[in-house]
Ligand binder design. Structure first.
Ligand SMILES: [Fe+2]
Length: 237
């Protein structure tokens, strides 16, 4: 996995200072990074062996399911323990990459980390426009997705919250649209994620992900929570 991490390392714009968690400043996209590995992925094998009954469905959205594990304020375990305890149905190389990312990027004062595998079928499926408090590192495993994202903007986030245009239920949740009006992107970047592509998206960036293919769509993530950074920003105002 060192080989893959070194492929992205130079392009990752990571900031860290004393008492501040490491965080991403801007997005980073690498086309075809895992092309060879994903070419061995068999969707029919996945569908016949994955415990699909364990999938989590988002409220009001039965089109997308996710296997996930969330770890709040926890130290990263050893690799052996990690590999044994991750029960998300991912290929070994994907779990190893998740661990490698966490071991490089998760710092002691990060507020938590999570692992996800998103599963959907059909075209134009989306969770809608939203803002996460996680830096998200994602790999497209199967199918094609359309990403649209703005740069992270803490001042705009605060304005959107105060104007009640977005809301979240708790500090571990995503900010979602609070109105019937669409949330506007200011200077968006569009990325088409093909199988094997890698994308790192900073926390606090407005984004929307939509499936482009009729068939199944799978992507896996590592999320590193940046809530500490957000709270620090609010306290400094
Ligand atoms: Fe998101």
């Amino acid at each position: 996995m060192n080989k893959y991490y070194s492929l992205i390392e130079e392009g990752l714009d990571i900031e860290s200072s004393e008492n501040t968690t490491k965080h991403l400043n801007k997005y980073h996209y690498v086309s075809g990074m895992f092309k060879e590995l994903v070419s061995n992925f068999q969707i029919q094998d996945f569908l016949s062996t994955a415990p699909l009954e364990k999938i989590f469905k988002y409220e009001n959205n039965t089109d997308i399911g996710v296997f996930f594990q969330e770890h709040e304020n926890e130290k990263l375990p050893s690799k052996e323990i990690f590999m044994k305890n991750v029960d998300i149905p991912l290929p070994i190389w994907a779990k190893e990459f998740q661990y490698h990312l966490l071991s490089e990027l998760y710092s002691e004062n990060s507020c938590g980390w999570c692992l996800d595998l998103f599963v959907s079928s059909g075209k134009d499926v989306s969770l809608g426009t939203h803002i996460d408090n996680d830096d998200v590192y994602t790999v497209q495993l199967y199918g094609t997705k359309h990403w649209i994202l703005d740069a992270p903007d803490l001042y705009r986030l605060k304005k959107l919250i105060y104007a009640q245009l977005i809301k979240r239920l708790s500090s571990s949740e995503t900010w979602v649209n609070n109105t019937n009006q669409p949330l506007d992107f200011i200077d968006p970047t569009i990325i088409i994620m093909q199988p094997g592509d890698f994308l790192a998206i900073p926390a606090f960036a407005l984004h929307k992900v939509t499936t482009l293919t009729e068939e199944y769509n799978l992507s896996f993530n590592v999320g590193i929570r940046q809530e500490y950074y957000w709270q620090k920003f609010l306290a400094q105002l």
